[in-house]
Write a protein that binds this ligand. Structure first.
Ligand code: SAH
Length: 266
């Protein structure tokens, strides 16, 4: 086993997947075809990467931050001409550059310390995404599929559900990793929605985040009552009670309101 000479590090959130059956299931969820350009976040010692490569996609770009994995990955996967190792931090890589006008599938057994950041970045790449399949902390996965009125329904739920259809594919107990994480994990599958709002993603992200800060506060304390009324939302309601559609409508009204006050100078 090549993985044996590798010592995992906490600072990079390394929990290697060691169960072939789970690895196969994750790759099954990706529906790999020969045209696929696949980007993997954190290949580690390459178990998942190798299973993907066995299914003959057009190319795999694996982005890994830990230099100690590079010789292991290079030795293990050098036989695959379609394998490309990108040595660096995923958060600093521009996926538009890798995609180069094509669509990509993004996969990864994510480092849990930066999983939320990685997820929140995904809507910004929507135009080049075909599919994402991620292993996450179960707790985060539950937020991604949460419905209004529940404790799990947060900024992450609304922001990501605005742009993706999200499926909770399976729970994965800690014993399938080396070393086992403290929490249970889960795999989610995220597909870009067919129709998405055309407004600026960054502005919307800040808006949703602002409405969820002090989540028990009534919306009328955070946003002009007229805008709430125009969007058909009770001023006494709280962010956690609104559906994703409500958020989209409310932000559209908010933008229209801003525009109007610009024009009329009031
Ligand atoms: N895919 C492997 C390893 C998963 S552990 C497996 O399933 O066994 C998470 C991996 O992400 C580690 O290899 C870690 O070094 C890497 N990683 C952590 N932070 C990263 C970052 N910001 N950019 C790229 N890789 C990162």
């Amino acid at each position: 086993m090549k993985g044996k000479r590798f010592k995992t590090k906490k600072k990079f959130g390394q929990h290697l997947l060691v169960a072939p059956s789970i690895i196969e299931k994750i790759v099954d969820l990706m529906d790999v075809s020969e045209e696929d350009i696949i980007v993997e976040v954190g290949p580690g010692t390459g178990q998942l990467t190798e299973e993907i490569l066995k299914r003959s996609p057009k190319a795999v770009y694996a982005i890994e931050i830990d230099p100690e994995t590079y010789p292991i990955l290079e030795e293990r996967l050098s036989g695959y001409e379609n394998f490309h190792l990108i040595k660096g931090d995923f958060l600093e890589v521009d996926l538009y550059k890798i995609a180069d006008g094509r669509k990509i599938k993004v996969v990864g057994n994510l480092p849990y310390n930066v999983a939320s950041l990685i997820l929140v970045n995904m809507p910004f790449y929507l135009e080049v995404l075909k599919l994402c399949v991620f292993m996450l902390q179960k707790e985060v996965a539950e937020k991604l599929i949460a419905v209004p009125g529940t404790k799990q329904y947060t900024f992450m739920s609304v922001f990501l559900q605005t742009y993706f259809d999200i499926e909770y594919s399976m729970s994965v107990p800690a014993r399938f990793f080396k070393p086992p994480p403290k929490v249970t994990s889960a795999v989610v599958r995220m597909k870009p929605k067919n129709s998405i709002p055309s407004f600026d993603i960054k502005g919307y992200k800040n808006f949703v985040s602002m409405l969820f800060a002090n989540r028990r506060k009534m919306l009328r304390n955070k946003i002009d009552e007229n805008i709430l009324k125009k969007a058909g939302i009770k001023p006494e309601s709280r962010a956690e009670e609104l559906s994703v559609k409500d958020f989209i409508r409310l932000y559209s009204e908010y933008l229209a309101g801003e525009h109007k006050s610009d024009n009329q100078n009031n």
